[in-house]
Design a binder for this molecule. Structure first.
Ligand code: SF4
Length: 351
């Protein structure tokens, strides 16, 4: 059996691993041992599983592999950010990012939920790819495990902010979150799902009763601007979106994160800062401003300019006038292809 025909085990739930063990003629507890080796000890090979007999290891090698995703490319930034491009079993690619922060001991992984994306935000290299397909729960979880195996470091926070719109793949995303909690040991409060504003998905997530953080990629306070830069806004208006996030807070008690990209001359005016402040006045939220990270024009993305530091701080001061906490995102990996979709596009299209 070639490796591509074997069953990949990383990213499977405990029940799935027990099922694999019994289907392979092994006792159920072998599934539990596999679970421990994969999730607690980051095993890369069956030979490392020293509490399994040689015979069992040989059987496993003949039927299975550990990793589902193949590392195709890795870029490491001067600030320690690691950006991964993984090849999926069908030859498509997705990106994941590992971020560390000097002021915190914890490590965060940013994972993708789809190959490409149908939302088509004009400032995003992934949007330019168009939608290819949803990722399976296993493909999402194995991004985290592959990053942990490669880096040898334990991840404590997960953000669904890579390629794709997580709430257009909500069932698989929820399944992956439950596996990350149960198998990888990541607490719900350390998981953030970022959405461009899929109202049905926000409501579906509310019903799950998970204590995860919802990040709303608002990016503009008015429909006229948002219709252009986040085209899905034509289906779900800003007012409807804000209502849905109120509902999410009511259902979960979790404060919303409002993400807002600062594009010079497009979303950074003092008037827009005032509108933003009013819009979120009654919402239990923090606001995170993201100064635009320029993408390469040849990616096909509309090229925007980054606001000056003065413009960023002026916007922040106005936006926090109604008492909200407003932060300007600390940038990671600016010397590598760190923005969503950039690494994929430069790798697939050639540097
Ligand atoms: S920013 Fe997110 S939602 Fe928008 S096109 Fe890119 S991946 Fe899709």
């Amino acid at each position: 059996m070639s490796d591509s025909e074997k069953k990949a085990l990383s990213g499977l739930t405990l029940d799935q691993l027990v099922e694999f063990a019994t289907e392979s003629g092994l006792p159920a507890f072998r599934g539990k041992q596999l679970h421990s080796w994969i999730y607690a000890k980051y095993a890369r090979t069956f030979d490392e599983m020293t509490d399994l007999s040689l015979e069992v290891r040989e059987l496993l090698k003949s039927k299975a592999t550990i990793q589902l995703l193949k590392l195709a490319h890795l870029e490491v930034s001067r600030d320690g950010t690691r950006k991964y491009l993984f090849e999926l079993p069908d030859g498509k690619f997705v990106e994941s990012v590992l971020m560390s922060f000097d002021d915190r001991p914890s490590l965060s992984a940013c994972v993708s939920s789809q190959v490409g994306c149908a939302v088509g935000c004009t400032f995003c290299a992934t949007g330019f790819l168009g939608f290819k397909r949803n990722l399976s729960p296993q493909e999402i979880v194995d991004q985290v495990m592959s990053v942990q195996r490669e880096s040898g470091q334990r991840i404590s926070n997960i953000v669904y902010m890579g390629q794709g719109e997580p709430l257009l793949n909500v069932d698989n995303v929820v399944h992956s979150i439950r596996t990350l909690m149960a198998s990888v040991g990541i607490g719900a409060r350390h998981i953030t799902v970022s959405t461009s504003g899929i109202i049905a998905g926000i409501r579906a997530l509310s019903r799950e009763g998970l204590q995860i953080t919802l990040a709303l990629s608002l990016h503009a306070p008015d429909d006229a601007t948002r219709d252009v830069i986040v085209p899905i806004n034509k289906k779900f208006s800003v007012a409807e979106l804000i209502d849905a996030t109120h509902e999410y807070y009511e259902a979960t008690g979790r404060r919303i994160t409002v993400e807002y990209v600062l594009l010079a001359g497009v979303t950074d005016s003092p008037e827009q800062a005032r509108e933003l402040a009013e819009l979120v006045r009654n919402l239990h939220c923090n606001v995170n401003l993201i100064p635009y990270n320029p993408t390469r024009a040849e990616d096909g993305v509309v090229t925007y300019a980054r606001p000056s530091l003065d413009a960023q701080h002026r916007f922040r001061k106005i936006a926090e006038s109604t008492g909200k906490t407003v932060t300007i995102r600390l940038e990671r990996g600016t010397d590598i292809n760190a923005a969503c979709g950039q690494l994929h596009n430069s790798y697939v299209a050639g540097p």
